[in-house]
Write a protein that binds this ligand. Structure first.
Ligand code: PHE
Length: 340
């Protein structure tokens, strides 16, 4: 029995040291110390011993048991430490690797241009106001001198909800709304950027587009003030050398009415494809607010005058950034949008 015990001790030492993972170690524990294990088998032989030998052998058995248990515990700690070490190696983060930059969004080119336009007019003392996109016929047409059946309504065919309600065809209804809200007070000095709708759809017209409306009403406002204001705008938007020219035009709500051109920033005025050889590019419609429009919104045309203008944000953006198809602005193709 002694020998068996010594043999087991040696065998256990070898087997435990050879374990390379916790599962193998547990198997060894069962094989050595388990109910059906070798130690139990040896202990069973105790019954056959004499009363003298029994306590000595009992002590020896206990010592070997303790020896094996200590070996198991030591090996278990070793394996756990090695496992942890391995995990730390494997999952190490190399903090010196360059990071992956998060893709940052950006403002849409139309928003950028609209904001630039707003900033220029804010710099001249204008306040930014808003108006509804679903508009009453009264504001979109009637208070702008376009009574029912007026032929000029044809130029701005739109989307109607009912006889009296439509998607606004321009930002000009904000003129009437602003005057109404100002209740005759002077000066009125606002711009109103926003979405407008028309039944148009081609490379340079979209059924939904943006305009910036401008309105100034005060005493002694003249066409010269309008020209100076728009010249200042053109130079800030398109370069300090820009000139503007006014061409007679017609809008029912302004008198006189003018179309405003800027000298071509591409060729400087000598003629190129952008300006179609003329040296000039049309950018907006404007004029002196019609006396009847002033009257309808509670202003006395004998006491005050005003000017108004309306320009397309898409048009300004296309000119400034050389975009040839308006639909690109609404396709949401990031490859296009990322260029700006
Ligand atoms: N509302 C006009 C349009 O959309 C532009 C305009 C605005 C003209 C203000 C004169 C004065 O075409």
């Amino acid at each position: 029995m002694w020998e068996k015990l010594q043999e087991l001790k040696l065998k256990a030492e070898g087997a435990i040291n050879a374990c390379t993972d916790i599962d193998a170690l547990n198997e060894q524990r069962v094989a050595l110390l388990g109910k059906k294990g070798e130690m139990t088998a040896i202990s069973r032989g105790m019954g056959a011993l004499s009363a003298e030998e029994r306590p000595k052998m009992g002590q020896a058995v206990n010592e070997v048991k303790q020896f094996i248990e200590e070996l198991l515990a030591k090996k278990k700690d070793e394996l756990a430490a090695a496992h942890l070490q391995q995990k730390l190696e494997e999952e190490r983060v190399d903090v010196t690797l360059p990071g992956r930059p998060a893709a940052a969004g950006r403002r849409h080119i139309l928003s950028v241009v609209q904001k630039d336009m707003e900033d220029i007019f804010i710099g001249m003392g204008y306040t930014v106001v808003d108006g509804p996109q679903v508009e009453l016929d009264k504001y979109n047409f009637e208070l702008l001198n376009l009574p029912k059946e007026h032929p000029a309504r044809d130029m701005q065919d739109s989307f109607y909800f009912s006889e009296s309600m439509l998607l606004r065809t321009h930002t000009s209804p904000v003129q009437a709304r602003t005057m109404e809200a100002a209740e005759g007070k002077l000066p009125v000095k606002v711009i109103s950027p926003g979405v407008v709708y028309r039944r148009d759809d081609d490379a340079t017209h979209s059924p939904m587009f943006h305009q910036v409306e401008g309105l100034l009403i005060d005493e002694h406002v003249t066409l010269a003030d309008l020209k100076g204001t728009l010249l200042a705008f053109a130079q800030q938007m398109f370069g300090a050398d820009r000139q503007i020219r006014l061409r007679p035009s017609y809008f029912p709500f302004t008198e006189p009415s003018v179309e405003v051109d800027i000298s071509c920033f591409n060729c400087g005025g000598c003629g190129c494809r952008l300006c179609k050889g003329t040296g000039w590019i049309e950018i907006l419609g404007s004029g002196m607010v019609h006396p009847h429009v002033l009257e309808m919104s509670g202003y006395d045309p004998e006491k005050c005058t005003g000017f108004a203008f309306g320009m397309g944000v898409e048009r300004i953006a296309m000119l400034k950034y050389g975009i040839t198809d308006m639909r690109l602005l609404f396709d949401n193709d990031v490859r296009f949008l990322q260029q700006f």
